[in-house]
Design a protein around this ligand. Structure first.
Ligand code: GLN
Length: 203
């Protein structure tokens, strides 16, 4: 398409500015989204890292929950990092009792799976479809993907510190992408570019 895509960032809490900056660097027009009317005309949306329970609650208070769910159901391309991955997942383990998600991705995530804030870590990870060598990935109280349903593609996995088996930390299903880590807090733009390519192809 010739028009510049417009990509929203759900701007209720979390790494909003960081995603807006990364997306701008990828050549799209950006829009913070706080109100239902701001969903109109979007070509894609990012759900940032932050705190999924807070973003969930605020989305209900701001009346965004149902319209955003509807937009995702209708196929709006989406990318979620960390808390955003939790918010996109259909099922959450170790969530709070009343925690809800937007359910756009047929995966089960385990919230805070890598441990507490002090157990945050960084590592380099190879991701399918991301050329140019491993991506430097920052994990902050991150979820991992416990299981995936048919059709969900695993893009990457890491062996968490202290464990032996690897855990899935990046997935894609059609135009929905999610990572356990936060590319928005590093200079890494390849994940945002990957998402922007999905958005351009879908528009
Ligand atoms: N543990 C957070 C949650 O449940 C996610 C942490 C993050 O986004 N850095 O939302």
């Amino acid at each position: 398409m010739s028009r510049t895509p417009v990509v929203g960032v759900l701007a209720l809490q979390g790494d909003v500015r960081e995603h807006l900056r990364a997306l701008t660097a990828c050549g799209v027009d950006v829009r913070p989204v706080r109100r239902p009317a701001e969903l109109a005309g979007l070509d894609g949306i990012v759900l940032p890292g932050g705190e999924s329970t807070t973003i969930d609650k605020l989305s209900r208070i701001f009346g965004l929950r149902d319209p955003l769910r509807a937009a995702l159901d209708a196929g709006l391309p989406a990318y979620g990092s960390c808390a955003g991955m939790i918010l996109l997942a259909k099922r959450v383990l170790d969530g709070t009792e009343d925690q809800q998600t937007f359910g756009a991705l047929d995966i089960t995530v385990r919230r805070n799976a890598f441990g507490r804030q002090v157990e945050s870590f960084e590592t380099d990870v190879d991701l399918d479809g991301v050329a140019g060598g491993p991506v430097h990935a920052v994990f902050i109280r991150a979820p991992w993907v416990e299981s995936i349903d048919d059709g969900v593609q695993v893009l990457g996995a890491v062996v968490p510190p202290g464990l032996r088996e690897s855990k899935i930390i990046a997935v894609r299903h059609e135009n929905v992408l999610a990572t356990s880590f936060h590319p928005e807090v590093t200079d890494e733009l390849r994940i945002h570019r990957y998402f922007v390519d999905l958005v351009r192809a879908a528009s």
